[in-house]
Design a protein around this ligand. Structure first.
Ligand code: MG
Length: 259
């Protein structure tokens, strides 16, 4: 649809030759900015060290990557596996299994050698249901928009604090995701929520998402299945991942009232 819209605008611009209209037309491809002015998340040095980041999967976890292969992922054969970690290559990858509400553990390391700046440093992302991104980025002395730095819900919520380790160090996210619910008519019944710990430090506290996280459009919800793949983003940077697991037993028990 966007492609057709763009062509349509392009034709209109060509016919009318109006630079004002051109500005309006091409703005459809521009970056979306919320306009919210956020304070800068303060730096908080996490405890432990890069080597202590490894948190082994509990017995009821579904292991998505144990360092040996990416068989649980569509596109996983395109990424490189080396020394127990995976390196982003060529394409986004998607879990073959769909997930809704879940707890996810994932470890990542941005390139040790600093190249690029802002969104171009160690960019990747953990997308729940292929649409709700927790940003992965090298946010060590690397200014960018706050709602796009590591630990942000992309373009919606900056991390409460910046708990990043230095480039090349192993870091971890522990994430609790609540999937949105939709009514039969496709309208939103309840929104998605994200709670995120970055290197053991709380950076998102039951944040209510306003929709899918996009670069070029404001967030919005579009009805989708109850379970969908988790996606890891390829953004042109060599970001590494290891020790990825997920749990689906995340709902509080419902008891009976005392008699
Ligand atoms: Mg990203």
């Amino acid at each position: 649809m966007k492609f057709n819209q763009t062509i349509g605008w392009g034709l209109a611009v060509g016919l009318l030759g109006s630079s004002a209209l051109a500005a309006i037309g091409w703005s459809r491809l521009d970056e979306y900015k919320s306009g919210v002015i956020w304070p800068e998340p303060p730096m908080v040095t996490p405890g432990g060290s890069s080597d202590s980041a490894l948190r082994l999967p509990p017995a009821d976890a579904i292991v998505l990557f144990d360092g040996t292969n990416l068989d649980a992922w569509v596109g996983g054969d395109r990424w490189e596996i080396k020394d127990g970690y995976a390196i982003t290559r060529q394409t986004d990858i998607f879990t073959k299994q769909g997930f809704g509400d879940c707890q996810l553990h994932i470890e990542f390391a941005t390139p040790e050698k600093i190249e690029g700046e802002g969104q171009g440093r160690g960019n990747s992302g953990v997308y729940f249901m292929d649409q709700y991104e927790v940003q992965v980025l090298d946010s060590w002395n690397n200014p960018t928009y706050f709602d796009g730095q590591a630990g942000s819900v992309y373009k919606q919520s900056p991390p409460i604090v910046n708990a990043s380790r230095e480039p090349g160090q192993w870091q971890e996210y522990d994430i609790v995701f609540t999937a949105p619910r939709f009514r039969e008519d496709g309208s939103l019944k309840s929104p998605a929520y994200l709670t995120v710990f970055h290197n053991g430090v709380l950076v998102q506290n039951h944040f209510e998402l306003t929709g899918k996280t996009l670069w070029d459009a404001a967030p919005f919800y579009a009805s989708h299945p109850e379970k969908m793949p988790i996606k890891l983003q390829f953004h042109g940077n060599e970001t590494r991942f290891r020790n990825i697991w997920v749990r689906e037993n995340v709902h509080n028990m419902v008891g009976t009232a005392p008699q």
